[in-house]
Write a protein that binds this ligand. Sequence first.
Ligand SMILES: Nc1ncnc2c1ncn2[C@@H]1O[C@H](COP(=O)(O)OP(=O)(O)OP(=O)(O)O)[C@@H](O)[C@H]1O
Ligand SMILES: [Mg+2]
Length: 449
Amino acid sequence: MEKKDIQKMISEIEKENSIFSKKANLETLSFPPKIIGRQDKAKELVRILLSHRQGFVVPYVSVYGRSGCGKSTVVRYVCQNIDDIEFCFVNLRRAKTVFGCANLILAELGKQNLKSAQGINLAVDEIGKTISETLDGTKKNLFVLVLDELDVLFYDKRGRPSDFVYKLIILEEKLKEKNHLLCIIGITNNVLSEYDLDERVRSRIGSSEIFFEAYSKKDVLSILQDRAKNSFAKPVDNAVLEYCAKISSSEHGDARRAIDLLRVGAEIASLKNEPLSVIHIDSASLHLQKDRVQQILSTGSFHFKLVASALARITFLSDNDWHATSSIFKQYGMILNKDEKPLGYRRVSEILVDIANSGIAVSNTSSKGRGGYGTQYKLTVSPEMIGKTCFAEWWAGVEKRKKEHEIEKKDLKTKKQLHVGPSRHLKNLDNILENLYEKSWSDFSGLDK
Ligand SMILES: Nc1ncnc2c1ncn2[C@@H]1O[C@H](COP(=O)(O)OP(=O)(O)OP(=O)(O)O)[C@@H](O)[C@H]1O
Ligand SMILES: [Mg+2]
């Protein structure tokens, strides 16, 4: 390779990028150039925080809603723009333990990390001391501690997350002695009361909740139109923006997904030297879905992959999309290698909740009358994508089996149509047809770690 080769690459890539006038506007990791709508949610939060001027503020606000619906963006923007409060915004995504969360808060407050041997009490004391010093220094009386992606905390069951939340909330009571106010805003995908919290916490957090509904297709379109205006060299066809809005609102309105679709679609179009069209958005959708599924599954445990594969297998083999926890559990037991110890029903149910939270499936809980409640799950991505990503070789076997099975089924049906013998034989054929899928479920050897 010579320098001129690099020069050639540069001019080719420059040409590819010429579709954009300011690609940074299509970035979804940093703060958006402009917030579209959501005034109602911002006002709810301003109302809660402003009550500090009357000397009172609720200790905890639960901000919740599905992914990409503007929670982090709106909360940050409100906090940045109320002049008489101090705030600290901490994203806990990187923390793996409760103590890790405490250290991330300390780091964001400008303090040194502690060793876990020093204990969580010392960490919480340090947090309280720093907040108090900050308020003394700035002569303000309210400190807002925003804990974004607080869901992470509850993955560390051994670290006693509920206890940590309790300690943070009673910090508020200690700070009040010095006329300082503290309000914690927790941002999660589900309302905080659904998480494993003990009564001491529940009774203190009260019911200050702000729910961010998913964006409608119209909302997503407005966000896209605003972004596209300042990002492309030439105006983008409105039909393309509408298509992005439609795809990203089909499950739940996700602005992040819509903007990513538009950006990746434009990249694909420019690589092919074609004007951006819905075809490129379709390719972008598949590309992003694969990336997301891969990322989720690569960080999941072996049993997480097994449970996801169990759901993928029954979805692939049956004509139904929705499957009950009990059927998935049964299927999980079948695909597990016989030497492996299976997890219990409860643990598998918890994994299914994690799978739904990750976004690769959705759940639906309904009453079964006296039988209590039953939850069903449906994949949001194709079963092939899950199977191939988790256990490619095994999945090839599942596909082969399905093909054989279709042939067997066709044969049996023809036999049945031609059959003129005694009716008990006909009944037998019916049973065989009905049990084919069941039979094929148990006819393979199981998966190794
Ligand atoms: N109302 C809006 N106006 C402009 N851009 C928006 C709006 N809402 C969301 N976005 C864009 O969508 C992306 C996702 O928004 P945000 O991070 O606030 O979502 P979230 O609800 O916190 O999602 P998650 O639960 O995944 O953290 C951001 O990059 C932001 O640029
Ligand atoms: Mg967020």
